[in-house]
Design a protein around this ligand. Structure first.
Ligand SMILES: Nc1ncnc2c1ncn2[C@@H]1O[C@H](COP(=O)(O)OP(=O)(O)OP(=O)(O)O)[C@@H](O)[C@H]1O
Ligand SMILES: [Mg+2]
Length: 453
């Protein structure tokens, strides 16, 4: 039986044009001038695939997509969009459309996408399996290598478990050391591709010509040094996930090739002619502001939208300080074990210093800090003095502002309080900073009734 395609657009010309193109490919077509008519047809006729515009009278494409998705989850829906509504189209992808096209529609690509969607007879079975897996994962809770209970991390991990089982491309952004790569690992592990490979490419580490052959492979003799044919990382990632780290660094030519892989799921090796098609989920990361790079003309906007179907922002550690205690403890356990040291915890001063530090290097810096403290610790707890100077020295370098008009004694008291706070309550250190003996400091603390928490 011929497959039938429903085309929904309020512009008659577009509808007719697309219908004709689909009929030439051997499909049957149905037409609807708005979402309401389309929804009726979906319910009454046998429809295998829907191509729909977004903005229409009576019922929008978004609403149509929503209804189809919940009533007929196996039915592929392709979105059409005019210029300037690309973000709405991206939203539609997030809510389950399989692809989107900007007008004027590239008919060759549309045909390709339609054929691929319809040839996938296992779609329904796959959907069921995915749902099952998601339920299992939810029950097992989430990925346990990522530690964090702050609101921001909980929300992030919720989104991760929600998008992991889909094939949507994910862009992960955030400062250095926040855990972007770990999030990429989680996406792969929580997806149904976790039995397949996870291939990581550090785009900044390779020159642009090397990067292209690294990603897409090359044929023998395609350039000096290409003595053998070589499979690229995309081929190696077939059936799995490719993680493109530092995506902001790739050059214009590679961007074009990447865009093609995203649109057509196809590429050629360097120096090759045979198109190679792969089934790969793309996850990217960057600590650059790609929108700025687009403005500067360094990054393609169309590629950006393809990569950024789902955007995950990993917050810096200083914005989720309630994760610090958990992380400290977990790194302490890990490194005590690795170094055969029996360290039971942190002194109150050490803990206070770790909590008040800003962590510009984020979790990586915290991890290194605990590792070195474990190695340096002399006792059975980590003391303030075991922490690296970067953490203790810069700890809240504060300015003390004093009102003119107070007594010298009052000024002295305030300076002592601030210095003690800056030294995490360590009197020896505070005395050193103040240039007085430890005993003198002790006496002054009592004299001024300074409350030492
Ligand atoms: N939430 C977390 N729980 C436990 N470990 C974490 C967490 N986040 C990051 N780490 C650890 O911190 C280190 C840095 O993380 P990762 O390499 O993922 O950061 P990144 O954002 O990719 O950094 P960069 O931008 O420098 O590439 C790793 O050792 C990672 O295991
Ligand atoms: Mg990284």
């Amino acid at each position: 039986m011929n497959r039938s395609i429903l085309i929904c657009d309020d512009e008659k010309n577009i509808r007719n044009g697309l219908a004709l193109a689909m009929e030439l490919e051997g499909f049957e077509t149905l037409e609807a001038e708005d979402g309401k008519v389309a929804w009726d047809l979906v319910n009454k006729k046998s429809v295998d695939l829907v191509i729909t515009d977004l903005r229409m009278p009576n019922m929008s494409g978004e609403e149509l997509l929503k209804r189809i998705n919940s009533a007929y989850p196996r039915m592929p829906v392709i979105i059409l969009t005019g210029h300037g509504t690309i973000e709405t189209a991206v939203d539609a992808m997030r809510s389950g459309a399989i692809d989107f096209f900007t007008k004027p529609v590239d008919l060759d690509r549309l045909t390709l996408v339609v054929k691929k969607a319809l040839s996938n007879n296992d779609l329904f079975a796959e959907h069921e399996r995915l749902k099952e897996e998601v339920a299992q994962l939810k029950a097992r809770n989430r990925y346990d290598r990522i530690i964090g209970k702050s609101q921001k991390m909980v929300e992030l991990m919720d989104t991760v478990s929600q998008v992991a089982p889909t094939k949507a491309s994910v862009l992960i952004t955030g400062e250095s050391g926040v855990g972007k790569e770990l999030v990429a690992d989680a996406i792969h592990e929580l997806s149904n591709r976790n039995k397949g490979p996870l291939i990581k490419v550090h785009c900044a580490a390779l020159s642009s010509s090397l990067l292209e052959s690294e990603l897409f492979g090359h044929e023998k003799g395609s350039f000096t040094g290409a003595v053998k044919e070589k499979r690229g990382r995309f081929e190696l990632a077939d059936g799995g996930t490719i993680f493109l780290d530092e995506i902001g660094e790739i050059d214009a030519a590679t961007q074009v090739k990447l865009l093609r892989v995203l649109q057509e799921k196809e590429f050629e090796r360097v120096g090759g002619e045979k198109p190679i098609s792969v089934d790969v989920r793309i996850v990217c990361a960057t600590n650059r502001d790609l929108l700025k790079e687009i403005e500067k003309g360094n990054f393609r906007e169309d590629l950006y939208y393809r990569l950024n179907v789902v955007h995950l922002e990993v917050s810096p550690l200083r914005e989720r300080k309630d994760d610090i205690p958990l992380l400290m403890t977990s790194f302490l356990t890990q490194f005590s074990k690795e170094n055969n040291r029996m360290i039971e915890g942190f002194s109150p001063q050490a803990k206070r210093a770790l909590l008040s530090y800003d962590w510009p290097g984020n979790i990586r810096e915290l991890r290194n800090c605990i590792e070195s403290a474990v190695v340096l610790a002399r006792g059975s707890v980590i003391e303030y003095d075991d922490l690296p100077p970067s953490v203790t020295k810069t700890e809240n370098v504060q300015n003390l502002s004093l009102d003119v008009g107070i007594t010298l004694a009052e000024a002295e008291k305030q300076l002592i309080i601030s210095t003690l706070a800056q030294c995490g309550g360590n009197k020896t250190k505070a005395a050193e900073v103040l240039g007085i003996g430890r005993k003198t400091l002790h006496r002054k603390v009592q004299e001024y009734h300074i409350d030492q928490a």
